[in-house]
Write a protein of this length. Structure first.
Length: 303
């Protein structure tokens, strides 16, 4: 195992973009183990076409044991993953850098500090995932003591967290999607108003009726709708009933779709990681990102 040979272990498009940003910031080439999830292959192809410094790309299901065993430095997309916890406990990598997994970045920082349990937010964890959590946490903290653990993130963790993480030995490096902006071709002509799809109804956190009502309000006067990668056919059919709304499916994360915007956009989204990522991606274009409110009915609140 190469003690400093880096491998990006990712399972979502945003994590893959984070790996491309890390490789660019460190001026190095990194191989990638990409879990076969929606949009991951298309995102990898798009990043390569833009010059991402990726080496060998290996699709996988489950844990890529052999790849992990050959690399001493893991760039981990999902620190809450049960698969990461198990693999880290068994293989004990020499160095670990955590990439962004959406809005979970702050929750994971608090987990590293022991301010919350080592458990994915809003998930009732059981079985092996819970059993191996203490072993993974012990490994990560040992690496931090040796200055060999940290985060590469676009999220503002706050001065208190940054100071506490530094005291524990974690190295934190911020990025602002500079490579994503610099490498982007001109974005497709979408018009002024863009509405971003959400998986909140899929996850049971918002009623579909309330979601369509939000889309209708956000799209008033006409808009382009960029679906979320996990939207169901039922949800898209419901969204398609909204007047003056054009659905534009790209198969790519919105950070890549909008990065080449040449004029100001009005982007409407529900609470998600895009409220952090898009202002960085669209910096200097005059774009405005509007965050809608999640309406919780009695049924949703009870869930």
């Amino acid at each position: 195992m190469g003690r400093e040979d880096a491998l990006a272990w990712v399972e979502s498009p945003l994590q893959l973009v984070g790996a491309a940003e890390w490789a660019a910031a460190h001026r190095t080439t990194v191989p990638v183990a990409g879990r076969l999830t929606p949009q991951i292959s298309a995102t990898a192809d798009e990043l390569l076409s833009r010059g991402a410094r990726f080496g060998e790309l290996e699709p996988y299901l489950g844990i890529p044991w052999s790849l992990l065993a050959r690399h001493g430095h893991w760039l981990v997309g999902d620190g809450f993953s049960g698969q990461f916890r198990l693999a880290a406990s068994v293989l004990r990598p020499h160095r670990i850098t955590f990439l962004d997994d959406g809005a979970h970045a702050i929750a994971y920082a608090d987990t590293l500090l022991g301010r919350r349990p080592y458990a994915r937010p809003t998930v009732d964890e059981r079985g092996l995932t819970v059993f191996v959590a203490p072993f993974a946490a012990e490994l990560v903290h040992r690496r931090a003591i040796g200055r060999r653990a940290g985060m590469f993130t676009a999220f503002d963790l706050g001065a208190d967290r940054l100071d506490a993480l530094a005291d524990h030995g974690f190295g934190i490096r911020r990025h602002d999607f500079s490579w994503t902006r610099q490498s982007a071709p001109a974005a497709p002509e979408l018009g002024r108003r863009v509405v971003l799809g959400s998986a909140l109804p899929v996850d049971g956190r918002m009623l579909l009726l309330d979601y369509v009502r939000w889309v209708r309000e956000a799209a008033a006067g006409g808009a382009v709708y960029l679906p979320h990668r996990r939207e169901t056919a039922e949800q898209l059919d419901a969204v398609a009933t909204v007047p003056e709304l054009r659905i534009h499916e790209t198969g790519l994360p919105v950070e890549l779709v909008l990065a080449g915007a040449r004029g100001p956009l009005d982007v409407h989204t529900l609470p998600s990681s895009t409220t952090t990522t898009l202002p960085l991606v669209l910096a200097g274009t005059g774009a405005t990102v509007h965050t809608g409110r999640v309406r919780r009915s009695a049924r949703t609140a009870a869930a």
